[in-house]
Design a protein around this ligand. Sequence first.
Ligand code: BGC
Length: 700
Amino acid sequence: MLHCRRTAAYWLMAAGVILTEMAAAQSGARPWMNKSATAEQRAHLLVQAMTLDEKITMMHGVQPIPIQGYVGYVPPNTRLGIPALTEADGRAGVGNGATQVTLLPAPIAAASSWDPGLLNAYGRVLGEEEWKKGTDVALSPSIDVVRVPEWGRTFESYGEDPYFNGQMAQFEIRGIQSQGPIANANMYVTMNQESNRFKEDSIVDERTLHEIYLTPFAAAVKEAHVGTVMCAYVKTNEVYSCANADLLTQMLRKELHFDGFVMSDWGATHSTVDAAEAGLDQEMPGDKYFGADLKAAVQSGRVSQSVIDERVEQILTPMFRQGLFDKANTGNWSADVTTPEHASFSRWASEEGSVLLKNEGGLLPLAKNVSIAVIGEAGGVKPKAEGSGSSGVKAPYIVSPVDGLRKAADAGTSITYVEGGDLVAAADAARNATVAIVFVHTDETEGSDRPNLMLPGDQDQMIEAVAKANRKTIVVLNTGGPVLMPWVDQVSGIIEAWYPGQEDGNAIAAILYGDVDPSAKLPLTFPRSSTAIPTASQQQWPGIDGRSVYSEKLDVGYRWYDATRTQPLFPFGFGLSYTTFHLSDLMVSPAQVEPGRSFQNVIVRVSVTNTGKRAGAEVVQVYVGQPAPNGEPPHQLQAFDKVDLKPGETKAIALSLDQRSFSIYDVDAREWKTPAGTYQILLGTSSRDLPLHGEITIAR
Ligand code: BGC
């Protein structure tokens, strides 16, 4: 049975809107329906025709939502032909309880592919399913830089590097917006912990804010023209994000030239006048501050008409640009939007995102006739395919790892399964098989951080018991972020498969058996201990008296490990393959560049050879080390490229570095500067494996 339908009254009303709109457009009574005008012009014309009540209506959601589905809703305006605005969650597929949708691997898994093309396809799948469900604004992607490894929403994000997150964000956003919905860059900004998330105050200096935390949003706005931004629950430097003029007006509008609308996270609005003046356009999900109170504030002159007009214009602009006025969204919440193609994409994305961290003695890939003991809840009875919270997706099915392996193995091969709670039974199963594969997981969720970086429960003991019984033990991690591995030297293989989505078992079987060569890389550092991390003090996380102090400044993620010469367990950018690669012939040109408007991009050329016997892909990473006086971390990722290579094949590739790669944010001048000096170009296959060096000089 189809479980949810828009009511007949809704459809009559919607049809009414469209018909009136068409008639009016023909008569010229609605000049904003003239498609040859720009989105901004059309929005401006429409605002002129709106009453104050009509404007206020656009500036908040309604609760409860009068139609089924979605998590945010702004009603249509029949008088003027403004369509309703439906907003739905979904970072790894359509959320809010929608069924007949595809569960993709978590965004952190997709990002681990280091393949912008994959992120674009991820956005297209998500955007298409949202659109067919009738969603106008897809509340995706989450692009915050992961500052705290325990952050409960790490799985929803892309990792710890600002440039990298910006790349992933822009490709996913373009994918989403190409399918109909307006995308939403969230959560703006310094949303780096769940502990105390409704009140937490992030104390962060201007330079760090610009260079680290704003960077992904800059890419989303400038490169992908994202239509909406969601302001976060937390405060930045004492002011709530959704009433923070520095964040919303100075940085987002003036510096990044954002021309869409800012909606509040659900319940993140705390004021009327302050929020409206600071730059919030739309309160979600209801009208506590932006309903009657906002109207009263306008009528009493505490908020000016022009502020309201500007806010509403900003809401209407992406609606026009995205075509919401010109093509009716005929999707609906009860549509079956998953397809076999989307399911195969989900599988492929998980295969491309699974990171091989250890492969002692070349145990992997496995032959299809070796006997296997699959151990652990996530391996069978309770596959851990996704994280929890508002990004949750109702998967149509989940292929468990044991089922995936049984399907892929040769007929007659013994593949046993135990849950692993009983350590003696787990060890026995491991002893009786050639290879033991232990599946372990974390339960990450929005709303709380992980208490520490250990695997929860007895899972470490389970791995140790199994590894003692059978050295040929492979650990598959179904986690959303880094975990400590006290057993790292006791096992033969480790794969970080993240939260892999509905095709879990099929994808991991393809990796384990080598039907697919692993080519993913970590988008964040795995630490050796809970104290050897950038945010180890309580003052940094979870904060003292509600304040989390960003005292590590620019040294976020691998930058801190490098600056403090701390050995990570597995570094940012790291991941193994079943084949091997060699990089050679680095050439950087030109040797000297002039800063300024006519900055000539620096081209980094290198040859990559597959020196092994299998086809595979390597991710070439370019880091820039700035001159010491610039006061930057030792080196920072500024370009990367994933190269597919047949055995023995060599490809010459070229990567481009723009002026931003050689810049710092000057707080006093409030602008980016490119100081003169010699910059190191470091090239390799992880932040800790950079064998090729070149340099360029920025002229004075
Ligand atoms: C989350 C957002 C989400 C919203 C609507 C909030 O709690 O932080 O990411 O989009 O709820 O479900």
